[in-house]
Design a binder for this molecule. Sequence first.
Ligand SMILES: NC(=O)c1ccc[n+]([C@@H]2O[C@H](COP(=O)([O-])OP(=O)(O)OC[C@H]3O[C@@H](n4cnc5c(N)ncnc54)[C@H](O)[C@@H]3O)[C@@H](O)[C@H]2O)c1
Length: 343
Amino acid sequence: MKKIIVTGGSGFIGSNLISLLLKKKYFVINVDKLSYSANSYNVKNFKKNRNYLFYKTDINKTSKILQILNKHKPIGIFNLAAETHVDRSIDKAHHFIRSNIVGVYSLLEAIRKFENNKVKKIKLLQISTDEVYGDIPNNKKADENHNYNPSSPYSASKAAADQFIKSYSRTYGLKIMIAHPCNNYGPNQHPEKFIPKMIFNILNNKPLPVYGNGKNVREWIYVKDNCEALLKIFLKGKNNQNYNIGTGIRLKNTEIAKKLLDIAKKRVAAKPNKTKIVFVKDRPGHDERYALNSKLIKKEIRWKHKISISYGLLKTLAWYSKNYNYFKRISKKNITKRLGLKI
Ligand SMILES: NC(=O)c1ccc[n+]([C@@H]2O[C@H](COP(=O)([O-])OP(=O)(O)OC[C@H]3O[C@@H](n4cnc5c(N)ncnc54)[C@H](O)[C@@H]3O)[C@@H](O)[C@H]2O)c1
C-alpha cells in the first residue's frame, strides 16, 4: 500500500484531501500541530481507519519529520500545514513566518536529509495559493509565469515558501511541484472564513458583514474539486512545475452573500428575514480581484472542476446546517477580532 504524508490534515482542505486519499486506497499519515484552525470534528470519520495514522507534530521539527520519513518511507508529501487567515496575518505576521516560511524550510531540510544516499526520491507537492500573484486587473488572468506580487503578510509568506522550494529543486534536486488553488469552500472550513461566516449568520438570522464596498472578486472552487486536482497533479504533474487550479467562477463578495441568502430563503426552515448585507470597514491592502489562467492543468493533467457554484453553495449550506455543532466547537477565544463571530 502506497503511503502519503498530508501535513495540515486536520484543517479544512487537508481533511477533505485525506478523505479522498483513503477512498483511493492510500495509507495516509496526517502530520498536524493542531493549531486553532484544526478541528477534531474534521477527522472523526477516519480516526479508526486502519490506513490512517496521526502525528501531532509541528513541521518545524525537522528531526521528528525525518523520523516519520525514515519509519514510513512515503511516496510523497502534500504540504498543507500553514497559517491561513489573511486578517490574522495583518494583526500579527509572526506565526505566518514561522509556519509558512520557516516550517517549509524545515520540511525541505528533512526531505534533503532523508534523501541523502537514497536513490528513490519522494515528491513534495506544496499547496501555495492564487494570492501570491496579487491583484489581477479586469480582463486579465494570471498564468503560472505571472510575477509574484503578494499584498498581505499571508500571501508574502506563501510566496517566500514557493521560492525556497524552487531553490531546493534546483540546488539539491528535490522532486517538487507547486499548486496554486483559488478560494476553496465546502465542509470543514473554520468559521472565521468568509463563506462559513455568512452561513453562520444566516442560520442565526444576523446581518452579513462584507468588507468595503463588497466588490472584491474571488475565484471559487468546491473543496472536493480542488482535492481531486491536487491528487491528479501529484500523480501526473511534471517535476519542478507550478499548476494553477482555477474554475473561472469569479464572483464579487456581495454576489456570494446574495446567492447564499437566496438558497437559505428557499431551503432553510427558519427564514433569515432579518439577514441583510452590511458593509464594514475594509481590510487594509485588500486585493480587488484574483483571476487564474488554468489552461495548463486542463491540457497537461486533464483536470476540470465538476461542481457548479450554485450546487456547491447548496451542499455547503446543507452541511453546516446539519453539522451545526461544528460552530459550537470553535471556542470564543479563537475568533478573530475583525468581523468576529459571536457564538
Ligand atoms: N482555503 C483556501 O481557500 C485556500 C486556497 C488556496 C490555498 N490554500 C492553502 O491550502 C493549505 C490549507 O489551507 P486550509 O484552508 O485547509 O487551512 P486551515 O487553516 O483550515 O488548516 C491548516 C492546518 O495546518 C495546521 N498547521 C498550521 N501550522 C502548522 C505547523 N507549523 N505544523 C503542522 N501543522 C500546522 C493547522 O493545525 C491546521 O490543521 C494552506 O497552505 C493554504 O495556504 C488554501
